[in-house]
Design a protein around this ligand. Sequence first.
Ligand code: B3K
Ligand code: ZN
Length: 864
Amino acid sequence: MTDASSTPAIPVTIHRGDYRPPEWQVPDIALDFALGIERTAVTAALSVVRAVPNPAALVLRGDGIAVQEVRVDGAVWNDWRMDGPDLIVDLGERDAATVEVDTLIDPGANTQLMGLYASNSMLCTQCEAEGFRRITFHPDRPDVLSRYRVRMSGDKALFPILLSNGNCVAQGDGEGGSHWALWEDPWPKPSYLFALVAGDLVVNRDRFTTMSGREVELGIWVRAGDEDRTGHAMQALKDSMAWDERVYGREYDLDLFNIVAVSDFNMGAMENKGLNVFNTRYILADADTATDLDYDGVQGVVAHEYFHNWSGNRVTCRDWFQLSLKEGFTVFRDQSFSADMGSAPVKRIEDVRLLRAAQFPEDAGPLAHPIRPDSYQEISNFYTATVYNKGAEIIRMMATLLGPDRFRKGTDLYFDRHDGEAATCEDFVRAMEEGGDIDLSQFRRWYEQAGTPRLALSLAQEGGDWFLDVAQTVPPTPGQPEKAPMMMPLRLAAFAMDGSGAAMADTLVTLTGASQRVALGRFAARPALSVNRGFSAPVIVDYVRAPGELAWLAAHDDDPFARYEALQQLMLDTLVAGVSGEKADHAAVIDAVAGTLTGRAGDPAFVAEAVLLPSEAFIGDQMVIVDPDAIRRERLALQTALGRALENEWRAVLSGAAPLATDLSPKAKGGRRLRGVALAYLAATGFADVPALAFGIFSDADGMTERQAALATLAHGDSDERVAALDIFYQRYRDNPLVLDKWFQVQAWSLRPDTVGAVRTLGEHPDFTLTNPNRVRSLYGALTGNQAAFHQADGAGYRLIADLVIALDPRNPQTAARMIPPLGRWKRFDEARGAKMKAELERILAQPGLSRDSTEQASKSLLG
Ligand code: B3K
Ligand code: ZN
C-alpha cells in the first residue's frame, strides 16, 4: 500500500520574494498521541495569537490527513473548511485562542518516510522540511516557533520506549498493558524540529559535563544486538560537544541528548531538538562491518547534527530559501571538526573531491541554483550539494577573508544577536561584516549567482618582475544569463624552479574585479605558480602549465593541497590528451607518482589520495562533450601503465602486515587506504597472480576496510576468486543490512562490461527492496556513479534508472526524485545518448500521478 495521493503534481512555484511574516504565531502547542502502527490518533492543541493587526482566517497546512473534529477554546467549532489539503479556521474577531484539532493517521502505510512512520516495528518521525503537516494541521513554516508539550501512550510491549524532544517530565502505566510518557521541551522551536520515537530499543548511555558545569545525559538508542556498534558514535558526540565549546564557545542547553538509529531513512540524519534521528548507516560501526570511510561518516554526521543545535536550532531559518544558512554553515563546522580530529590536508582533499564530483556538475547543469535559491516547487529537491557543500565553501571563504579571530567575533555576534530567532542568510553576512569589520557587499553575490566561476590565468613579465593576470567569469545558468564578478580569497605562492630559492611566500589576494593583476616579485625565469592553495575559492582555474612545472610542484610545493592538485592536473592533462586522440604521455605521470610514493613515507593517507587517478566523471567534466568509453579506455590504460611501471612499489606496499583493523589512528587508516590503492593498481596490470593476491587479502582481512577493498577489486574482474568472494561475503553478512548494501554496491560499481545487466538482475534479488532507501542507493545510486556503465551506448542504464524512478515514485517520491538528476546531463553527451536520456525523462513525466518532487526534477532536467 502506498500513500502518494498526498503529493499532487500540480507544479506551484514558490518565490523567495513573496515571503510574508506569519499572520498568526503559535507560542505553545500540546500534542497527544495514542500510538499504534496502523492507527495513531493525534490531538493538537495550538495556542494561537494574532501577529498582525487584521489577519485573515487561520491557515493550518495539512498533507494527506483528514480532520476528525475542531474545537476552539474547548468548544466544538464548525467555522472551518478545507482548502485542498489545508485547514482554514475562521476565528472571527479573536486575538488569541486555543485551537484543537483531532486527526487519525496510519503510520504503517506511510511509505514516504515523511511525518510519522513505521520502521522495523518502531514508530519514528521525520518532519523537515514539511513533514509535520502529515501528522497534524499546523502553519508548518520555520518562522513559527512554539514550546512543545508531548504526551504519548501506547502498548508497553510494542513500545516500551517512548521518546520526544526535551525532558521526560512524567510517565506511568495505563489500562490494558499500555503506558504513557509526557515530554516537555523548554526551547521554542519550529515544527520541522519536532520528533517522536516509540519502540523496543536499547540504549548506550554516557555523560558529558558542559563548560558551565551542566551535566548532560547522553543516550544512543538502537535495536537490541546493535548496542556494541555505537561506541564510535558516542565518542564522536562527546568530541563534538567539547569542540563546539572550544572553537565556537557554544555549549549544550538541555539535560538530555538522545540519538535514535532507524533503518529506513531518506537521508543521513536529522537534528531534531534533543532527539536526533539517524540512519543506522551513520551510527553503527565496528571493525568487522564498517570501513574507515564508514567510521569517518559516523563521526562527521554525528558532529553535523550536534552542531545544528546552535547553527539551525537555537538560530533557525526564517524560510526554506535560507536553508544554506543552517546547512552550509553546519557543513563548514563539521568539516573543520573532522579536520581537527584527523589529517587536515586529507580532509580538505576529500571535501574538494566531493564538491567537484557532486556540486560542480550540478552548477553546470539544468538544475543549477544559487546557494540561496529564488524559487522552488518542492523544497525537498533543494537539499543539494549546492546548498550544503558550496554553501560550506562560501562560509569558508568568509572565514578566510576575516581570519580566525575576526571570524569568531562574527559568529559570536550572529549567535548572540539571533538566538531564539528565525534568521536569514543576510543576517549572517551582516554579522560577519560587523564582527569582522569588513565590507562584504560584493561578496553577497555568492548567495545570488549560480554557476562555478572560472579564473583564466596568465603570467606577464616586465623586466625581471613577474605578474599574474586573473580574468574572472561566471558562466550563465538557467534564468541567469548575465553574471557579475564576485569577491573571493585566492591563496597564491610562486617558486623559482632552478633551486635559487627565490619565492613569493603564501599570499592571500582578494579578487573583486573581472580582471586583476597581481605582482609576484622578481624571478630570473618564469616561476612555478601555486594557485588556489588549500582550495581557497570554489572555482575552476584555467591555467596551462607544462608537465615539468606540475611535476615540480607535485614534489616541492609546501602546501599539501597544492601538491595534490599539481599531480591531479598532470594526470588530468594526460588523460584528456588521450581522450582527445592526442598522444598521452604516461612517463611524466609515472615519474611524479613514483616520486610521491617514495618521497613522503610519513603520511600514507596523503600519498594514497595524491596517487589516485581522477574519477571518470571528473575527466568528463573537462570535456565539452563527454565520451565515456574513451575516458574509461584512457583511464584504464594509465592505470595499467602505472601498475606495471611501479609494480615493485605497489607490491612493497602490500608486502607488510596490514595495520590492525581496530587501530583507527590516521597512520593506520592511511596505511589501509594506500594498500587498497596499491591493490587496485596491481589489478589493472592483469598479472595472473592478482586475483589470488586479492582473494588472500579478502580472506585474511581482520576488518571491513581491507575486506571491502579486496572485494571491490575482485568485482571488476572475471576470476573464480570473484565468484567465490562475492558468495562468501553474501553468506557471511546476509543478515546485516548495512553490510549487505556493500555487496550490492561493489557489483554496481564494477568496471565489467555487463554491469548494467547485473544491476537489473540484482534489482530482482530477494534481498533487494524498494522500501529501504539505503538499499536503493547502494544499487542504483552506485550505478549512476559508474559513468561508462550508466552511459552505456544502448541506453540500458538510462532505462534502468527511469524504470526505478517510475516504480519508486508512488511509494517514496523524495528518494525517487533524487535519482533523476543524472539523466538531466544530456547536453554534455553525444546526440544519440542525449536523445535517449531525454526520452527517459519524458517517459518519467508521462506517468500519471507523478509526484511534485519527480515532476519538478524531470521537467527542469528536460529544459536543459
Ligand atoms: N536537516 C536534515 C535534512 C532534512 C532533509 C529533508 N528532506 C539533515 C541535515 O542536514 O542535518
Ligand atoms: Zn544539516
